[in-house]
Design a protein around this ligand. Structure first.
Ligand SMILES: NC(=O)c1ccc[n+]([C@@H]2O[C@H](COP(=O)([O-])OP(=O)(O)OC[C@H]3O[C@@H](n4cnc5c(N)ncnc54)[C@H](O)[C@@H]3O)[C@@H](O)[C@H]2O)c1
Length: 447
């Protein structure tokens, strides 16, 4: 081993990448502008929740293999690689905000003279096609006074890890995609990955930067389309007595051309990636004079999907005015504390507009949600406390601990035992026989 790596941005992508690299013998420095985050990492405490990260981080910080700093000069000193892992959030119009990436590139460029010869800058942040070569390369060149391909190398390397299994995904990715800005940058990055993965190097593909940038967007757009597709089928199933989208999904998933993954009907896709990446692609296409009707339909379907939970709750209770509604789950998916773009946040707004009182619980996302929801809702310390005295419970995130609740728990604790299963975690036959139960994509033979 022995690569020296600077990772810029210590969020879900940057910190997990940094910790995993360090755990396999690379000397890693995390650079972040968030002082509190840097201090936490220095103490070996992850500022985000990801299964497995705590243990790895504690080890690599105490071994001295991973350090954290606010100073680019410290991170770039002698570094063979720098990985740009800062956020690329959406602007209010849905287009991509490249200001964090631009500012990271400018600072990397300013400190490139401190790095090792043949330094390779690797962009992992998701950026619209043309950004690596058209925006980042010129910034690096003007702030460093060097030419990409001569003084340093540049590549785009999209990240496909999933929050909630980011560590696992980093050690076992489906593939590695590399977009080369200058010849040789791909080979250098592959050398690093060969060291990291040893004889288990995943399938890889080296292409130009725009194709690699597009692969990331097309990938997420396809996944979003699959989710919106099965949600459309679910909404149709809900209106056909005897229909169950779970059964339908299983049946179509057996077709090799379709496959079983990403066919779970629910309240829509969410989180910090799929919605913003789809918006960025739609906006980018529009800026090029192309109106993507299919991708806009995927977005529209997804925006409407959380309202299905309100409709199902009203089908059980007639009205939600004055009713206490318990939301089980705030994080955008299980095993993460991330609530960015979560369905729960939109659902809260819808329920409040219906006149309901809302009480929420999430095993990991409460703290982050509190920053956004403030005093609009009541907060419970456990699932049981959340449903206690409620008139309706909506399952928003499929945490394992919610699966353990039995019909008897709802009967014992709720004022009115009405459950809306927004993520299909309960058996409709068992629950439907004992309580008022409605689920996405499920229509009993007789109500
Ligand atoms: N989160 C995911 O599941 C995921 C998956 C694949 C790709 N991505 C992409 O990876 C990128 C990072 O996503 P994330 O979720 O890790 O972001 P994040 O918001 O969790 O972390 C970004 C970090 O960058 C830091 N930062 C911002 N500007 C900086 C600067 N100029 N210098 C140094 N640090 C700076 C922030 O303080 C923060 O700690 C995004 O482009 C995202 O689309 C994310």
């Amino acid at each position: 081993m022995g690569y020296k790596v600077c990772v810029v941005g210590s969020g879900y992508v940057g910190l997990v990448t940094a910790a995993c690299f360090a755990s396999r013998g690379m000397e890693v420095t995390c650079v972040d502008i968030d002082k509190q985050r840097v201090e936490k990492i220095r103490r070996g405490e992850p500022p985000i929740h990801e299964p497995g990260l705590e243990e790895i981080l504690a080890k690599v910080t105490s071994d001295g293999m991973l350090r954290a700093t606010e100073e680019y000069a410290e991170g770039m000193d002698g570094a063979d690689f720098s990985f740009v892992c800062v956020g690329t959030p959406p602007k209010p119009d849905g287009s991509i905000d490249l200001s964090y990436v631009a500012s990271a590139a400018e600072a990397i460029g300013r400190n490139l003279h401190l790095a090792s010869k043949n330094h390779t800058v690797v962009v992992k942040s998701t950026v619209v096609p043309g950004t690596t070569s058209g925006v980042i390369a010129p910034i690096l060149e003007s702030s460093s006074g060097m030419k990409a391909g001569q003084g340093f190398s540049l590549a785009f390397n999209p990240e496909f890890l999933r929050e909630g299994s980011a560590v696992e995904d980093t050690f076992n990715p489906d593939r590695i995609i590399i977009g080369e800005h200058d010849e040789g940058s791909g080979q250098r990055l592959l050398d690093l990955y060969r060291e990291f993965y040893g004889n288990r190097l995943p399938p890889f593909m080296v292409t130009n930067t725009v194709n690699a940038e597009l692969i990331k967007y097309a990938n997420n757009a396809f996944l979003a389309m699959k989710v919106s597709f099965i949600n459309e089928i679910a909404n149709i199933c809900q209106r056909i007595p005897g229909a169950d989208v779970e059964v339908v999904a299983k049946g179509i998933g057996l077709d090799k051309r379709i496959g079983p993954l990403f066919l779970r009907a629910g309240l829509g896709y969410a989180g910090p990636c799929l919605p913003k990446d789809l918006s960025a692609l739609v906006n980018h296409a529009r800026s090029l004079g192309y109106d993507s009707l299919l991708l806009r339909a995927v977005q529209l379907t997804n925006e409407n999907q959380p309202y299905q939970a309100v409709l199902l709750a009203k089908s059980l209770l007639k009205t939600l005015r004055g009713k206490r509604v318990a939301l089980l789950g705030l994080a955008f998916k299980p095993n993460t504390d991330d609530v960015r773009g979560a369905v729960s946040l939109r659902l809260v707004g819808m329920l409040l507009r219906e006149g309901a009182e809302v009480v929420v619980f999430d095993p990991k996302g409460l703290e982050n949600a509190r920053k956004l929801l403030g005093t609009e809702v009541l907060y419970a310390g456990s699932a049981e406390e959340c449903i206690k005295g409620a008139d309706c419970c909506i399952v928003v995130t499929e945490w394992d601990e919610f699966r353990k609740l039995r019909p008897e728990d709802f009967l014992r604790l709720m004022r009115t035992p009405a459950v809306v299963d927004g993520r299909r975690i309960y058996d409709p036959k068992e629950f439907g026989g004992k309580l008022m139960y409605a689920a996405i994509g499920y229509c009993p033979l007789s109500r």
